[in-house]
Ligand binder design. Structure first.
Ligand code: AMP
Length: 334
């Protein structure tokens, strides 16, 4: 029986990368796995974002996006990370089996210190440890995430293994990054390089809060190249990215037709972008409206999150009780 955990940082409105890389699979798994826990990773967001005045709104917006995407709070446990303080205790325990050297080598850490060089805090360094605690607090075995999280999952397995070995019991599972047997997904950005991301370059990401006009504008401004000059030329990264996005939201016939016009060097990127923009608008608009409706009923959202927090705590308390006992923290008779 599978237990599934995953989460998203409330650092801004969710984008297409979050959806196709992770949230779409959250929804599929809620109907297949025995237990699913999806959280809003507010502690994680504090490593790079200090926004006490808006954090609450972003937490709710993330919750609304989850629900708009199809998560059903009656089938799945939807909660805010900080409503389960047991996670912080497990994080502390796992910090004892995580080594400074291995944490410093993590590429996402190196990348983050490049971007946030005035705030290289210990939370950034130990991000993979908190992530391991998030997953193992429910002893999950499957974690639907995008490609950027693959290495963090490997570290989660190391920490689980080491904790089990150090304290002599095979208690924690070794979870895998999961995409139904397919390769993990990386949704590209519109700036021609890397992944779509909400913090790097806002124009590179299509957000679920974007109005139709903004979506069209971002896509029409997306980077391309000078165009193929002869038949059968390989795709540059910028153009491959546009085709990649088209494959997510456009009809297969449209993708096929533009690919074939690329191959015979007759393609006009303006036409491709117009098609992509219209298909993207058709995909995002209903989401955006649903998110707005959900946000308008704040009471219901809060009720869902509070209930989710209580359910998640029950599961977390059992794990922490056990982990403490494994570590020898059990001094008093009942
Ligand atoms: P984050 O926004 O970094 O908290 O990521 C939340 C989830 O979205 C994680 O599972 C990521 O792997 C996934 N994700 C974020 N950006 C992308 C992207 N561009 N392509 C695929 N998955 C992504």
């Amino acid at each position: 029986m599978d237990t599934v955990v995953s989460g998203t940082r409330p650092t801004g409105t969710l984008h297409l990368g979050n959806y196709f890389g992770a949230v779409r699979n959250y929804v599929r798994l809620q109907n297949e796995a025995a237990k699913t826990f999806y959280f809003i990773a507010d502690y994680h967001s504090l490593t790079t974002h200090h926004q006490p005045d808006t954090l609450g709104d972003l937490v709710r917006e993330t919750a609304a996006t989850y629900i708009a995407a199809g998560l059903d709070p009656d089938k799945t446990c939807l909660y805010v990370q900080s409503d389960v303080p047991e996670t912080a205790e497990l994080y502390l325990l796992f910090n004892m089996v995580a080594y400074k050297g291995e944490l410093e080598k993590v590429p996402t850490f190196k990348e983050k210190i490049r971007k946030h060089d005035t705030n290289v805090n210990a939370g950034l360094l130990t991000y993979p440890v908190l992530m391991a605690a998030d997953i193992l607090i429910h002893r999950a075995n499957k974690v639907p995430v995008g490609k950027d999280q693959e290495q963090h999952l490997e570290m989660t397995r190391h920490f689980a293994q080491r904790f089990n070995r150090r304290f002599g019991e095979d208690y924690f599972p070794e979870p895998v990054a999961y995409n139904f047997g397919n390769a993990l997904i990386k949704v590209p950005g519109l700036d021609g390089m890397g992944k779509m991301s909400k913090s790097d370059n806002p124009n590179s990401a299509i957000l679920f809060s974007d109005e139709d006009k903004a979506i069209r504008k971002k896509i029409m401004k997306a980077k391309t190249d000078a165009g193929p000059t002869e038949p059968g030329m390989p795709l540059t990264e910028e153009v491959a990215n546009l085709f990649g996005l088209m494959e997510l939201v456009s009809a297969p016939e449209a993708v096929k037709s533009f690919k074939s016009s690329y191959n015979d060097a007759s393609i006009r990127y303006g036409d491709l972008k117009k098609q992509l923009a219209e298909d993207m608008v058709a995909f995002v608009a209903p989401f955006r409206e649903r998110i707005r409706e959900l946000l308008a009923d704040r009471e219901s959202l809060d009720r869902i999150l509070r209930r989710g927090g209580e359910q998640a705590r029950e599961s977390a308390q059992e794990t922490v009780r056990h982990a403490r006992a494994m570590a020898g923290i059990r001094y008093y008779s009942a």
